[in-house]
Design a protein around this ligand. Structure first.
Ligand code: PEP
Length: 249
């Protein structure tokens, strides 16, 4: 039985004041502990605020992206060792918004994954198809190519530290959710692909679903055999909703 992971992706939202209110509500709501792993992925300027407010709690914190470079003249970039310095445990890579608005390729996402692993961070690798690709019947080939680029460059042993998030692009921030069966079908394809690399470890890799997950649909999505948690955008900004999703896991 895989432990579930509920991860919030705050995207470019928050302020010191609103984060403090949100995190204190989450801490209070989880004071008796959580039955799943819980994570918030905050904008970089707020990572140390998360460290200060969440240390000693059951809630981890992570980043939303990482530089492919280690250090040097890369203005505006944040490196994996810097995220480690902020005591992050995870970072998202390959989110569809990075792929769409910043031209990130499968190969770049794979290199970023390597950077995170080398710094002892767990990458949450996002894959997902657009509506057009789904309608053309390309879902499985698109997500498989995105995952393959990562699996091609990482060591077999590194699979233990990998998290995959299936996020259909057409479901992100739109209110449209994949049905539990649609999501399960893709998760099963992804797990089979992981198994080609390392069958026993593939069974342990957490594969998250992301795309308008909310309290109303979390339970049925999380009940599917290969859905091991959620990557939550909008609903992660409201303590009551995020706590309800954690409860459903
Ligand atoms: C996301 O951005 O990863 C996401 C799943 O967003 P939302 O939950 O708002 O669809």
């Amino acid at each position: 039985m895989r432990r579930k992971l509920i991860a919030g992706n705050w995207k470019m939202n928050g302020s010191f004041a609103s984060n403090e209110a949100l995190l204190s509500e989450l801490r209070a709501g989880l004071s008796a502990g959580a039955a799943c792993d819980v994570l918030v992925c905050a904008p970089s300027p707020y990572l140390m605020q998360c460290a200060n407010l969440l240390s000693g709690s059951d809630i981890g914190w992570g980043a939303q992206d990482v530089s492919v470079h280690l250090s040097g003249a890369y203005t505006g970039e944040v490196s994996a060792p810097m995220l480690s310095d902020c005591s992050c445990t995870y970072a998202i890579v390959g989110h569809s918004e990075r792929r769409a608005y910043h031209g990130e390729t499968d190969e770049l996402v794979a290199q970023k994954t390597l950077r995170l692993l080398a710094s002892g961070l767990k990458p949450i690798v996002c894959v997902g198809e657009t509506l057009e690709q789904r309608e053309l019947g390309q879902t499985n080939s698109v997500v498989s190519a995105q995952l393959r680029a990562v699996l091609d460059v990482i060591d077999v042993d590194a699979l233990t530290n990998l998290v995959v998030a299936y996020e259909p692009v057409w479901a992100i921030g739109t209110g449209k959710t994949a049905t539990p069966q649609m999501a399960q079908d893709v998760h099963a394809v992804l797990r089979q692909q992981l198994a080609l690399k390392n069958p026993p470890v593939a069974e342990k890799v957490q594969i998250l679903y992301g795309g308008s997950m909310k309290p109303e649909n979390a339970q049925e999505l999380l009940a599917m055999p290969d859905i091991d948690g959620g990557l939550i955008g909008g609903a992660a900004l409201k303590a009551a909703d995020f706590l309800a999703i954690i409860q459903a896991a």
